[in-house]
Design a binder for this molecule. Sequence first.
Ligand SMILES: [Fe+2]
Length: 256
Amino acid sequence: MPYPRNLDDTVVVKDITPELTTLSCPFGRVVVEIGARAAVIKAKFTDGPGIILVSPIPICDKSVNALQNLSVKYLIAPNMVHYMALREWKEKYPAAKIVGCKSLSSVKLKALGIACDIEISDFDKILTAKELNMTDIADEEELKLIVIGGHQNRELVTFHGKSKTIVVGDLIFNLPPTEQYSLSKLGFLDRALYATGVGSYLQSKIPNMLFKNGENGDLALNELLNLDFENIVMCHGDTIVRDAKSFYTGFFKAVL
Ligand SMILES: [Fe+2]
């Protein structure tokens, strides 16, 4: 099942810090339920507080309430495959600027009738908000982005300085997706699959599966370690709060 029809009944809203809230819900790919998660970042802009929404889940009452009546300034697509909910958010918040990696507009968003306002073509390098021309963000240390060019899905990692958090799409998984199914239930097949340790197996394979012949992948992954992060908010699996660099280096031990 992709997203559940009764989304509001299943979305878990959690404040990681006062400036960072996660919206977690069920989501399935092929036969495996892996969950989905959006990150709502409250930031200071030159005209007051606003929202940076990373990897949005579809609109529902809970996701809109999490914005606390602030306007959405940026919608960030974390890679070439997490983009389906962008159109409905752009329609609801037309002033929001869409941020994505090179080719997202031409390959994926064009069919939805939307486009990136900021498209990042400089890969494997940490870029500040100022370098990305996101000059309305009051503190340029608040947001940094890096595209992992060697990743199969061309992963765009968001670093939020105030909460010391990186937000990723398919770069890192932490299965089973316990929080994402805490208000609903995993199906029998998925419970059985995860009981066999399929989550750990998938995680051990992902670093090699998702990188194209190691093309700059290890360089970009090492570059990411230069960011001062303590938490990892990921789309698939449970959020890592505190000591996230140990998890990160363990996850990528095969390629770092
Ligand atoms: Fe994904």
